[in-house]
Design a protein around this ligand. Sequence first.
Ligand code: SF4
Length: 221
Amino acid sequence: MYREEDYLQLSGIQHFAFCRRQWALIHVEQQWEENFHTADGRLMHENAHNSEFREKRGNIIIIRGMRVSSAEYGISGECDVVELHRDDQKGININGLEGNYIVKPIEYKRGTLKSSDCDYVQLCAQVLCLEEMLCCDIKEGCLYYGQPKKRTVVLMSETLRAKTKQLLGEMHELYKRKYTPKVHSNKSCNSCSLKNICVPEIEKRSALTYIHDMINERSDL
Ligand code: SF4
């Protein structure tokens, strides 16, 4: 069990799965640079969180901006949306509500379904928190992508759970060591919001050659 002061930001797992160096620059060194993708994503999240309230639509209760945490995995954060689907047979009782409910988190994402599992592990980390807080089993959640506006159901398989727990363990390990991994440039670097801070080009040249090249490039202007 982690102490509350050692909790890491839940949403950081998507950065960690994308690139461990990016995660360390944001969460260990507290550097952040906004680009179109992050600004657009932030606006979409603000819309999902626009009023922290409960709404009832038929048999579904919708909770926006729900705070979640897990002492077992040492994380805390917010779920964009948590839906409670009334199901008196298979659901669980939730304090203050009549009947039983199946719990389903929905995470909003800009863009299209990605081939990497960054969004999946973030959703799974939310599920781990909700299961611990509500003492329940959650079989699936959803990712809602902006293009096209569509939900994708994500099953909480043992493989996905194992991967998520492994990443969370590694995050705590790096955070404890305050370690920022070295650059390993890859195709993700093109869309990375921290490209200008990370400077992945430096991997291919020595620091001295890089500075020389920068000076020469500027004197050619
Ligand atoms: S530019 Fe590349 S190596 Fe650097 S933080 Fe971004 S993804 Fe990682």
